[in-house]
Design a protein around this ligand. Structure first.
Ligand code: ADP
Ligand code: MG
Length: 776
């Protein structure tokens, strides 16, 4: 071991010499000057002392003060200076892959190195990291997966958890694990970093860990709300009921009602706030325009108008536009490209910034544009805190962010844009004041801002817990409910129990709450368990292609548009895809395939126009399909040479859909000219008017499987697919547990409840056939 020590000491000395050489070089000197001008530099020594004196500390400071790029580097430098460079191992987690990548690149550059020397990064499926990497930026998910194989994080000296104020599910989850780990690793140091001043919560979670604050300076930013924008620009909003950018007015209305029925106070308080607001001091024209404002849509035309206003009248400086996601960023970008001013590359440079972007494209965001060209960056809420674009002077805030909501849509996580919190809105506004006084355009009235929640609800309390429960099991963290009771804020016991029950029913957990083989596979797929199961079944049964489309469709949103004034035309366009399939999911598959064919011939847009389809949604589905395929290859369950042999078999595809959506089953009652359906929990349920099955007078199948129920004044089923008795028996639930008889017992509930003797007959026949097969 003394040989080992000598090697480490020699390596540490080398690292120190390297670092000193860089710091003394002219370039290094310039970098040092920049770094020393950041607010965090003044606290460097205090921070380092606190870290060495305490096992846990909580650091807060304005975005841009130097937490992410500087603090991990201070630790690294001081270890190297103390010739412990080769002994330290610092891990800094980021909630998003793009920030892990861009920050590591920046830190390597500040140290005059290439990535993979002392600084590296690791995100899912990608990473750069060398033998001598001592500071690793990774996503929170990557660290959680490392804990799977290395429970004690042996060899790690410092863990830095960044952006904890976001209260992402992974971060909250990681904190429980780390808190349990600390007593086993007394020399391990944990640093929690946050952009806002809610440090007490975290400090008390770690039995009163010291809190450090980095004071910062930002320039004032003037806020313009919608009424001010309309008043100054004279822009006229279009009437509420016209087809908007999403063309999904009706669906949104329904979802908003559902939201309001459940406990989202925000949606209803927006309405109330608008009722109560007083716009008397504004001109009639402005008041008329405000009355047309549609809180449910992100008006692209309004954004375009504001951007024009800035480009024509504003001082020089970059513009940062907060959008909700990849798809609306792309469509806005397309729209702007067609604009005479905003689409002119000699005057305006429009860039996108979102999580799934290539890193070469990423770098452009930080670059200064050419003289006389205005940079406009369209970003998701990751530009709120994770990354800092220095030259931003104008911010345009749509007021929304995509978040997964659990309560809102009955047990189904659904990425819908929803209102942000006051804290987020302030944070967005602050991004305009980095270098000089700035301007922020909020695309909603001030009264709506006043109705925003103070902070966003932690993700753990608003998303379904099924995936999390699987992860707890795969990390072998013991009893799920006991583990979650130790969270910063624990979810309700009932939602934990629901999640466990669900996982048992679909066969991911056994009776004793142990992970099954299926459960292990599902825990490795970063999609909802039901969608994961559908993908796995699609791969195993060699009908993957249509299943990829169905799963992608269920994860994005419905591409079938239903404009108010052309409802009949739109509905018949949709049912033409449904043929006699009695399935919304199969209609989607046909529509997607038709679109792909037209795209190849260059007539994709015509096709969408004729068939009332959203090209934007179809594109999002297309790209998700590709991502799912990559994920499935990782599982090793996919045989590319056979995976589509049976894709044409409509019955098999139907059965696989059933396998994923079970226990979402309702019984079909054909009565006279109309169809009624029942589920065990709700009794009578209605079909959403958009469903192809709602237009049928008779469905020649006994059951419907569905993805989600929405409770409005009655319970409605969204997309559904008709299935037969044998499909339900063979693919519904979990044949592997308790064998055939156990399976019948479970389905016995259905039998008795709906009194379907045919099911029993089919069952007996199937059982006989299967037993004969097994004997052979
Ligand atoms: P915080 O984590 O406190 O929000 P950062 O450490 O991310 O702050 O950034 C500190 C400063 O470093 C920023 O204000 C910015 O000036 C600079 N900076 C960060 N990333 C880059 C980059 N990729 N290119 C140039 N400057 C950067
Ligand atoms: Mg940061």
């Amino acid at each position: 071991s003394s040989v080992m020590e000598k090697i480490l000491l020699r390596r540490s000395l080398q690292l120190r010499n390297q670092q000193q050489a860089w710091q003394e070089s002219p370039e290094g000197q310039k970098m040092i000057d920049f770094r020393n001008s950041l607010p965090s530099y003044k606290e460097r020594d205090v921070l380092l002392r606190a870290i060495s004196d305490n096992q846990v500390i909580v650091v807060s400071g304005e975005t841009g003060c130097g937490k992410t790029t500087q603090l991990p580097q201070y630790i690294l430098e001081s270890e190297i200076d103390a010739t412990r460079g080769a002994l330290c191992s610092i891990i800094c987690t980021q909630p998003r892959r793009i920030s892990a990548m861009s920050v590591s690149e920046r830190v390597a550059a500040e140290r005059g190195e290439q990535l993979g020397e002392s600084v590296g990064y690791k995100v899912r499926l990608e990473g750069i990291k060398g033998r001598d990497t001592r500071l690793l930026f990774c996503t929170t998910g990557v660290l959680l997966r490392r804990l799977l194989v290395d429970r004690d994080l042996r060899g790690v000296t410092h863990v830095i958890v960044d952006e904890i104020h976001e209260r992402g599910m992974n971060e909250d989850f990681l904190l429980i694990v780390l808190r349990d780990l600390l007593p086993r690793r007394p020399e391990l140091r944990l640093i929690l970093m946050s952009a806002t001043l809610n440090a007490e919560l975290f400090s008390s979670y770690f039995s009163g860990a010291p809190m450090m604050h980095i004071p910062g300076f930002t320039h004032p930013v003037r806020a313009h709300f919608l009424e001010d924008i309309v008043e100054t620009t004279g822009y006229r909003l279009t009437p509420y009921n016209q087809v908007d950018d999403y063309g999904q007015e009706k669906m949104w209305k329904m979802q908003r009602q559902a939201l309001r029925k459940r406990k989202s106070q925000i949606a209803s308080s927006v309405e109330d706030a608008l009722e109560a607001a007083n716009f008397d001091k504004y001109s009639l024209r402005t008041r008329e325009s405000l009355a047309c404002w549609n809180p449910d849509s992100i008006g692209f035309n309004l954004i375009e108008n504001v951007l024009c206003h800035i480009c024509r009248n504003g001082r020089p400086g970059a513009v940062l536009v907060f959008m909700t996601g990849w798809d609306d960023i792309n469509s806005l970008k397309e729209q702007l490209q067609a604009h005479p001013l905003l689409g002119d590359p000699s005057r305006v440079l429009v860039l996108a910034c979102h999580g799934s972007m290539a890193s070469s494209e990423q770098r452009l965001i930080f670059n200064k544009p050419e003289e006389g060209v205005r940079k406009i960056v369209l970003a998701t809420n990751m530009a709120e805190t994770s990354i800092t674009i220095n030259d931003v002077v104008f911010v345009v805030d749509c007021g929304k962010a995509k978040e997964t909501s659990y309560d809102a849509l009955n047990n189904t996580p659904c990425l819908l844009p929803s209102w942000i919190s006051k804290a987020s809105a302030r944070q967005r506004r602050g991004r305009a004041g980095r270098v000089q006084p700035g301007e922020c355009y909020h695309l909603y009235p001030r009264c709506v801002y006043d109705a925003f929640a103070e902070y966003q609800l932690p993700e753990l309390l608003r998303t379904p817990l099924q995936s999390l429960c699987l992860q707890i099991k795969s990390l072998q963290l013991g009893s799920i409910s006991e583990f979650l009771s130790r969270a910063l804020q624990s979810p309700e016991l009932l939602s934990v129990q629901n999640a466990i029950e669900y996982l048992k029913v679909i066969g991911a957990l056994d009776e004793k709450e142990n992970l099954t083989i299926l459960g292990r596979h599902l825990s490795m797929l970063p999609v909802e368990p039901k969608l994961g199961k559908m993908l796995i079944l699609g791969a195993i049964f060699n009908c993957l292609d249509p299943i990829l489309t169905v799963v992608a469709g269920l994860s994005v949103r419905d591409p079938f548009l239903m404009p108010f004034d052309k409802k009949d035309l739109a509905e018949s366009a949709k049912s033409q895809f449904a043929g006699k399939y009695y399935s919304d999911h199969l209609a989607l598959v046909r529509a997607y395939e038709g679109w792909k064919d037209s795209e190849r011939e260059g007539s994709g847009y015509d096709y969408c126009w004729k068939n009332f389809l959203s090209a934007q949604t179809l594109k999002a589905i297309d790209s998700l399909r590709k991502q799912f395929l990559v994920l499935l290859r990782d599982t090793g369950l996919l045989d590319d040479s056979t995976s589509d042999l049976l894709s044409h078999d409509e019955h098999l595809v139907r059965a696989v859909i059933c396998g994923g959506l079970y226990p979402g089953v309702s019984s079909v009652v054909n009565k006279g000219k109309s169809i009624s359906t029942k589920t065990m929990e709700d009794g009578q349920v209605l079909l959403y008017a958009n469903s192809v099955n709602a237009r049928e007078q008779r469905i020649p199948y006994p059951w419907l499987v569905f993805n989600e129920k929405v409770k409005v004044h009655a319970v409605f089923l969204r997309d559904s697919t008709a299935i037969s008795d044998s499909m339900l028996l063979l693919f519904g639930g979990n044949l592997s547990q308790g064998g055939l008889d156990g399976h019948l017992k479970m389905l016995g509930g259905y039998l008795e409840f709906f009194m379907k003797p045919a099911l029993a007959d089919t069952y007996t026949k199937l059982k006989r056939e299967l037993e004969e097969l097994i004997q052979k």
